[in-house]
Design a protein around this ligand. Structure first.
Ligand SMILES: NC(=O)c1ccc[n+]([C@@H]2O[C@H](COP(=O)([O-])OP(=O)(O)OC[C@H]3O[C@@H](n4cnc5c(N)ncnc54)[C@H](OP(=O)(O)O)[C@@H]3O)[C@@H](O)[C@H]2O)c1
Length: 257
C-alpha cells in the first residue's frame, strides 16, 4: 500500500483530496494544527491505517516535533501533498520588512522544512519502479501578477523556483516535484467570500458567481473534488515522466503559454 502525507488535510481542498486518495486505497498521514478535526476526518475516510500528526507549519519547534514523529513512527512516504498556508490577499506590494519575514516564514520557509522532513522519509527505488511524488499546491499568481495578491505573487514564484530546483536535484533518486497552481476553488471560505461580495452588490450567489467567472474560458471556478482528481493523477504513474512542472488548474484563466 502506498502512503501519502497530506498537509492542510482538514481544509476545503485537503478534505476532498483525502477522501479521493483514501477511496483509491492509499494510506494517509493527515497533518494540520487541529488534532480533533484530523481525528474526525480520519474516522470518516475509507480504508484503515490512516495516521494523524499535529503540525503548525509556521512554527520551527512544531515542525521539528513533526519531523521526529515521522521518523520515530517509521513512516515511509511514497508521496506528499503540501499545502503551504495562503498569504492573505493584499494590494500592498511593499509591506515592511518584518511583515515579509513573517510571510516568508509562514508560507515558504516553514513549509519547506516540512517538505525536507517528508523527503527524508521517502525510500524510492526507480530501478524497481518505485517512485515518490511531491505535489505542492500553489496558486495562479505563480504565473501572472494578480493585483489583489501582491505578496502571493512573490511567494508563489518562490515555490515554483524551489520545485524546479528540487526536481533537478531529486530526479535521479526517483523523486518527482510538481506544483499544481489553483485558480479560484470553491472551498467553504471561498464560497463565503462570494456570498459576501454578492450581498454587498445586492446580488444572489449565483448571479455573483456567474459575473466573477465570466472571464474564465470554462465559465466556472474549480471544485475541491476536481483538484483531488488532479492531485491523484500527479501521484499516480500518469506523472512517471513528468517533473518540475507548474500545472495550472484554473479553467483556462491564465493567459501565459
Ligand atoms: N481555495 C482556493 O481558491 C485556493 C486558490 C489557490 C490556492 N489555494 C491553496 O490551496 C491550499 C488549501 O486551501 P483551502 O482552500 O483548502 O484552505 P482552507 O480550507 O482554509 O484549509 C487550510 C488547511 O490548512 C491547515 N492550516 C492552516 N494553517 C496552517 C498552519 N500554520 N500549519 C499547518 N496547517 C495549517 C488548516 O487546518 P488547521 O487550521 O487545523 O491547521 C486546513 O486544514 C492552500 O495551500 C491554498 O493556498 C487555494
Amino acid at each position: 500500500m502506498r502512503t501519502i502525507l497530506v498537509t492542510g488535510a482538514t481544509g476545503g481542498i485537503g478534505d476532498a483530496v483525502c477522501h479521493q486518495l483514501a477511496k483509491s486505497g492509499y494510506a494517509l498521514v493527515l497533518a494540520a494544527r487541529n488534532m480533533e478535526k484530523l481525528k474526525t476526518l480520519s474516522e470518516r475516510l475509507a480504508g484503515s491505517g490512516h495516521q494523524c500528526l499535529s503540525l503548525d507549519m509556521t512554527n520551527d519547534e512544531a515542525i521539528g516535533l513533526f519531523a521526529s514523529q515521522l521518523s520515530e513512527k517509521g513512516i515511509v512516504l511514497d508521496g506528499v501533498v503540501l499545502m503551504p498556508p495562503q498569504a492573505h490577499s493584499t494590494n500592498d506590494p511593499m509591506p515592511g520588512s518584518q511583515a515579509w519575514r513573517e510571510l516568508f516564514q509562514s508560507c515558504f520557509i516553514g513549509p519547506l522544512e516540512v517538505l525536507k522532513a517528508a523527503i527524508a522519509a521517502m525510500k524510492p527505488d526507480p530501478a524497481a519502479g518505485r517512485r515518490a511524488k511531491i505535489v505542492i499546491i500553489s496558486g495562479i499568481s505563480s504565473a501572472q501578477v494578480l493585483g489583489h495578491y501582491a505578496t502571493s505573487n512573490v511567494l508563489r514564484c518562490a515555490w515554483v523556483g524551489e520545485a524546479k530546483t528540487l526536481a533537478f536535484a531529486l530526479g535521479s533518486r526517483g523523486i518527482h516535484v510538481n506544483t499544481l497552481s489553483l485558480g479560484g476553488t470553491l472551498a467553504p471560505w471561498y464560497r463565503e467570500g462570494i456570498e459576501k461580495r454578492a450581498h454587498a452588490a445586492g446580488m444572489t450567489f449565483d448571479q455573483r458567481l456567474a459575473e466573477e467567472t465570466s472571464n474564465i474560458p470554462l465559465g466556472k471556478y474549480g471544485e475541491p473534488a476536481e483538484v483531488a482528481i488532479a492531485v491523484e493523477g500527479l501521484l499516480s504513474p500518469f506523472s512517471d515522466h513528468m517533473t518540475g512542472l507548474n500545472i495550472m488548474h484554473d479553467g483556462g484563466f491564465t493567459r501565459s503559454y
